[in-house]
Design a protein around this ligand. Structure first.
Ligand SMILES: Cc1cc2nc3c(=O)[nH]c(=O)nc-3n(C[C@H](O)[C@H](O)[C@H](O)COP(=O)(O)OP(=O)(O)OC[C@H]3O[C@@H](n4cnc5c(N)ncnc54)[C@H](O)[C@@H]3O)c2cc1C
Length: 473
C-alpha cells in the first residue's frame, strides 16, 4: 500500500477545513470530549488525542475523505466502538475518527419487498424497535445491540446469536451506499433481489472493516417476525456430550434459532459477578442455550428433543416461554462478556472451529499455562468460540506481562490452526489479529487483499494497519 505523506499532528488549517465541511459543532478536538471515541469497549485499545468528525450526510463524508486524499491524513470510520479487535481506534497520530453517529436515517420499511434502508449510524436496537408491529424483523441479533451500529455490523460482517437460522450480516445486505478510499461515492440501493451485473461490491465491502470505504447507508433484507419463541437451558456432564447433542438438535428442530454454549467456569463467574443464583440443575454443567422460534407450537419441538436427550442430560432442562422468563435464561449467556470485564482487561479471542474439533480444542486451551483460568463460551451452532483470559492487560502493563500475554495469544491461535479453524469467526481481524492472518489465509490471498485495497484506496487513507499491516508497520 502506498503510504500517504504524514505529519505528526494535523495542522489547524485542516481542522478549519473540516469545520467548514461538517460544521464547527461536529469537529471535536478537546481530549476530554474525544476520550470515549479513543478507547474501545474492551479498554484494551487507545489512541492519542486526535480530532473526531461527525458528518451528517454522504456528501459530507465524501468531502472529508476527499480532503484526506488532498492533504494527506488518515480516516478511521467508527460506529458504536464495540468491535473487540481494535479496528475502530486509530493507530496513527495523523488520523481523524469519522464517527457515523449522525447518519441516523431509517426509511419506511418496504413491506412488499421485505426490505429497509437505514443510515450506517443507526443502532441495532433502534432498528429492532422501529420494526416492532410491522410483522417483520431483522435477522441478526447480538449482545451489543444497544450500542453497535448497522454500519459497524456490515463492516465486520457481524454474526451473533441467530446465525444458525438467518446467517451473518452478509446474508442480510442487499445494497450499500459508501464513500470509497479515493473519495468516490458508490450507491447500489435499487432493491433488486437479483442483480447479476458485474462485481459484488456490496459483498466486498461487507467485512472490509473500514479499510476500503466508509459506508453511509445500507439496504437490508427483513425476515418474518416469529409468533412463538421458546428457550431452554440443557445441562450436560461434559463438553463432548453437549457437542454431540447438537447433531440431534439440528436434525430434529427445524425452528432452531440459537444454539449457544456455556461452560461451568463462565456460569460461575457470571453468578458471582452479578450476584445471580444459577438456574436449578445447571451449576457445574456444560450448558446449551437453545432457542426455537416459528409460527406454530415450536415448544413442542423443544420438548421432543429434550425427551430424546433425556438420559444424556444431567438434570431437567430449564424451559422458558414468556419473554421475561426467556430473558432470565439469556442473561446468563449475554452477561459473559460484561462479567469477564469486571475482572480487568481480558485477552479475547474469537475463533472458528470444525464441530468435530471443538472438544479437543477446548481441552487443549484448558491445559495451556496461563495467568488466569480461561472462560470459553460462544455460538456453538456455528462452531464459533470466544476464548477469554481475564485480566491479562492490567492498567500498569509491564513488559513481562505483555510478553506472557502475547505468548498465550500465539499458543491459542496456533491451536486453532492445528485444529483446522480460523483466527477470526465474527469479530474480524482489526489490529489484534493482523499478525496472525497468515495462519488462516494463504500468501496469495493476502496479496490479493493488498491489491483490492490499492484499487479502492490508492493512497492508503482508510484505517491503516487493519486486516493487513501497512507496509513499514
Ligand atoms: C457485549 C458484546 C457482545 C458482542 N457480541 C457479538 C456477537 O455476538 N457477534 C458479533 O459479530 N460481534 C459481537 N460483538 C462485537 C461488535 O458488537 C460487533 O463487531 C459490531 O458489529 C461492531 O459494531 P460497531 O458499530 O460498534 O463498530 P465499531 O466497533 O465502531 O467498528 C468496527 C469496525 O468497523 C468499521 N466501521 C464502523 N462503521 C463503519 C462504517 N460506517 N463504514 C465502514 N467501516 C465502519 C470500523 O472502522 C472498525 O474497523 C460484541 C461486542 C460486545 C461488546
Amino acid at each position: 500500500v502506498v503510504r500517504i505523506p504524514t505529519s505528526p499532528v494535523l495542522a489547524s488549517s485542516v481542522i478549519s477545513e473540516l469545520r467548514q465541511i461538517v460544521g464547527a459543532a461536529h469537529v471535536l478536538i478537546d481530549p476530554d470530549v474525544t476520550a470515549t471515541y479513543r478507547t474501545d469497549w474492551t479498554g484494551r485499545f487507545h489512541s492519542e488525542p486526535l480530532p473526531v468528525v461527525r458528518p451528517g450526510s454522504t456528501v459530507e463524508v465524501q468531502e472529508v475523505v476527499a480532503l484526506a486524499n488532498r492533504i494527506g491524513f488518515h480516516v478511521v470510520p467508527q460506529g458504536g466502538n464495540t468491535g473487540l479487535v481494535g479496528g475502530s481506534i486509530p493507530t496513527k497520530r495523523d488520523s481523524v475518527i469519522v464517527s457515523t453517529s449522525r447518519l441516523q436515517w431509517i426509511d419506511e420499511p418496504d413491506l412488499l419487498s421485505a426490505q429497509i434502508v437505514v443510515g450506517a449510524g443507526v443502532r441495532l436496537a433502534t432498528l429492532q424497535h422501529a420494526l416492532l408491529g410491522t410483522g417483520w424483523m431483522f435477522g441478526v441479533d447480538l449482545g451489543a445491540r444497544d450500542s453497535c451500529t448497522i454500519g459497524g455490523m456490515v463492516a465486520t460482517n457481524a454474526g451473533g446469536i441467530t446465525v444458525v437460522r438467518h446467517g451473518m450480516m452478509r446474508h442480510q445486505v442487499l445494497g450499500i451506499e459508501a464513500v470509497l478510499g479515493d473519495g468516490s461515492v458508490i450507491s447500489h440501493l435499487n432493491g433488486l433481489e437479483k442483480d447479476n451485473t458485474g462485481y459484488d461490491l456490496d459483498g466486498l465491502l461487507t467485512g472490509s472493516e473500514g479499510t476500503l470505504a466508509v459506508m453511509t447507508r445500507v439496504l437490508l433484507k427483513l425476515r418474518p417476525s416469529q409468533l412463538r419463541t421458546a428457550t431452554a437451558m440443557l445441562g450436560f456432564p461434559t463438553v463432548d456430550a453437549a457437542v454431540s447433542a447438537t447433531a440431534l438438535i439440528r436434525r430434529s428442530v427445524p425452528s432452531l434459532e440459537s444454539l449457544e454454549l456455556m461452560l461451568p467456569s463462565g456460569i460461575e463467574l457470571v453468578g458471582s459477578a452479578f450476584g445471580w443464583e444459577v438456574p436449578e440443575g445447571m451449576a457445574g454443567q456444560t450448558v446449551l442455550l437453545v432457542e426455537v422460534a416459528g409460527a406454530e407450537k415450536v415448544e413442542d419441538e423443544l420438548a421432543n428433543v429434550c425427551d430424546a436427550l433425556g438420559t444424556v442430560m444431567t438434570a431437567d432442562p430449564a424451559v422458558a416461554l414468556s419473554s421475561s422468563a426467556r430473558a432470565s435464561l439469556w442473561r446468563w449467556r449475554e452477561a459473559h462478556t460484561a462479567a469477564i470485564a469486571t475482572l480487568g482487561v481480558p485477552l479475547k479471542l474469537d475463533v472458528s472451529l470444525p464441530q468435530k474439533e471443538i472438544r479437543h480444542f477446548i481441552d487443549a486451551v484448558f491445559r495451556l499455562p496461563a495467568p488466569a483460568r480461561p472462560i470459553v463460551f460462544g455460538h456453538l451452532g456455528d462452531g464459533n468460540l470466544h476464548v477469554n483470559f481475564p485480566a491479562c492487560f492490567p492498567k500498569s502493563t509491564s513488559e513481562a506481562i505483555a510478553a506472557e500475554t502475547h505468548d498465550l495469544e500465539v499458543r491459542v491461535l496456533a491451536l486453532v490452526s492445528l485444529h483446522g479453524g480460523s483466527v477470526s469467526a465474527e469479530h474480524g481481524v482489526g489490529v489484534a489479529k493482523t499478525p496472525y492472518l497468515s495462519m488462516t489465509r494463504s500468501a496469495s490471498e493476502i496479496d490479493a487483499f493488498r491489491r483490492v485495497k490499492r484499487a479502492l484506496d490508492p493512497l492508503g487513507i482508510l484505517n491503516p494497519g487493519v486486516i493487513v499491516a501497512s507496509s513499514g508497520d
